[in-house]
Design a protein around this ligand. Structure first.
Ligand code: MN
Length: 248
């Protein structure tokens, strides 16, 4: 079974180096997302030699409004990776006030990605799914879009599916009834596993990158297929994602 985690904050675990080394030892494919361009360099240094860990360049929406100046650093690092994330817009109560500025930052990032020929982008859209989809529609050449832990409305979900978005889902997301409702509507060929560790939790412990694939059990229930079949879908999807990333 292929171990895959398409959204993990390796640098935010208590012992990032130990988690990166264990992920490498187990052969986990990891998209290691970052929250600022400043953190990118140090996080990229966590990639053990020859591992399947790929570090994404990010500017998290909860930080973006205060760090517009880091867009310059973002531009400088962008040629060194095919993966971008975590980026997006957060429209929840504590961050709604900066939603316009967040939108401008995401627009700049999408423009840079399009100018670079397209990147594979892990997107946060809590409380702002409609806005994020608007920006995807405006700059489809930014690359491949992965909606991480999607929690939009049913109409927004339909729109995202029509736009050809990928969806990364994890064991923590599918523990809720709402998460399962969304999962049951996701196209089987567009779903990817994620841990969102260390924020994604398994009880009181953070989810590890090698546990993201456990989401196949919940997906098999949502889709009415066997767990092994769900695992095969996830692995096949990831292979296509990577092939398109490498082509871009
Ligand atoms: Mn995250």
């Amino acid at each position: 079974m292929a171990l895959i985690d398409t959204h993990c904050h390796l640098d935010l675990y208590e012992d990032p180096k130990a988690v990166a080394e264990e992920a490498a030892r187990r052969g986990v494919y990891v998209i290691s997302v970052t929250t600022t361009p400043t953190a990118y360099v140090g996080t990229k240094a966590l990639e053990p030699y020859g591992s399947r860990i790929r570090t994404a360049l990010g500017l998290h929406p909860e930080l973006a409004a205060d760090r517009v100046h880091e867009l310059e650093l973002f531009r400088r690092h962008l040629p060194s990776t095919k993966y971008v994330g975590e980026v997006g817009i957060d429209g929840s109560a504590p961050h709604r006030h900066s939603i316009d500025r967040q939108g401008r930052v995401l627009t700049s990032i999408f423009d840079m990605c399009a100018a670079a020929g397209g990147k594979t982008i892990s997107l946060h859209s809590r409380g702002a799914a409609g806005l994020v989809l608007d920006l995807i529609e405006q700059e489809p050449l930014a690359g491949q879009f992965i909606l991480h832990w999607f929690s939009g409305t049913s109409a927004q979900l339909s729109r995202a599916i029509k736009l050809g978005c990928w969806f990364s889902v994890g064991p923590a997301m599918l523990r809720s009834e709402r998460g399962m409702q969304i999962a049951s509507r996701l196209p089987m060929d567009k779903v990817l596993p994620e841990s969102d560790g260390p924020f994604g939790m398994n009880g009181r412990k953070p989810l590890w990158p090698w546990e993201a694939i456990d989401v196949a059990a919940s997906l098999s229930a949502a889709w009415g297929i066997g767990t092994e079949e769900a695992q095969n879908h996830l692995a096949g999807n990831f292979r296509r994602l990577v092939a398109d990333t490498d082509r871009g």
